[in-house]
Design a protein. Structure first.
Length: 268
């Protein structure tokens, strides 16, 4: 059974990596400084009661569209291997949409899942038009890392569908049943933006047999309501110092959100 099928909601915290070597904002920073920050975030998320982490090259703006350079993948591999993630679920997201690269990193570090922003269809983004490559991704997963779950966005943030906007339920069904995603993510329009409850309801009704995650806008005030419909959350901005996306994890905010999430489940 996938590790995402858990008896209680799954809380995943974002480990937004500082700019990696070779990216425009890396400056004079070294990979060791990236590792040091990532370790801090992982340790704080563990102590706060989160179930896992998603490691993402968030600092590498502007992002490559579908293929990240080799030095990004090797740097992410080194960072992930330097972290103490024992007992935690580990996810890899190579921005903007390098599913093959994420699978390669996941295989090397023993991760549990990858996040794929555009798994089916096509989306217009600030990187241009990105096309889903579900056929390639699922076949590569079978060869490289068959135990790694593919967690795919439905109408991902910072993007809009190419052409006329399709029905969200149809996109969810195609992502799950034609793209063979193991779990689905619903987000708001951008990083930190609240996810629509109506969108959650639509996706849940369309695909009742896959774990459903909320991937943006979850905070201590909304997590209980969100988890009435979702199986888990992926949280970044609202648990960062100053609620700034690329700041370190604020352990007190993360702990408060985890406590509220568990309290909400216990009261059902």
């Amino acid at each position: 059974m996938s590790p995402l099928h858990a008896p209680r909601p799954t809380l995943l915290g974002m480990v937004h990596l500082l700019p990696l070597p070779g990216s425009p904002r890396s400056g004079a920073g070294t990979l060791e400084s990236v590792i040091e920050r990532a370790r801090l975030d992982v340790d704080r998320l563990r102590r706060a009661g989160f179930d896992g982490v998603v490691i993402e090259n968030f600092g590498d703006v502007p992002f490559h569209g579908s293929v990240a350079p080799p030095h990004t993948l090797t740097a992410m591999t080194r960072v992930a291997l330097a972290l103490d993630t024992q007992g935690l679920l580990v996810g890899i997201n190579v921005l903007r949409n390098d599913a093959a690269g994420a699978l390669a990193v996941a295989m090397a570090v023993g991760a549990d899942l990858i996040r794929v922003n555009v798994h089916v269809g096509a989306a217009v983004t600030d990187q241009g038009v990105i096309e889903g490559r579900a056929a390639e991704t699922v076949r590569l997963r079978q060869r490289l890392a068959p135990d790694v779950a593919i967690v795919a966005d439905v109408d991902v943030k910072h993007a809009r569908p190419l052409g006329q906007r399709p029905d969200l339920g149809d996109v969810a069904r195609e992502t799950a049943y034609r793209g063979l995603a193991d779990a689905l993510i619903v987000t708001g329009s951008g990083t930190g933006h609240q996810t629509s409850i109506a969108d959650l309801q639509t996706v849940r009704a369309a695909v009742p047999d896959r774990p459903l995650f909320v991937g943006s806008g979850v905070d201590v005030d909304t997590v209980s309501e969100v988890l009435e419909m979702a199986d888990g959350v992926i949280v970044g901005t609202s648990i960062k110092e100053g609620r700034i996306s690329d700041a370190p994890v604020d352990e007190s905010l993360a702990r408060a959100l985890a406590a509220r999430a568990r309290q909400g489940v216990a009261s059902r």
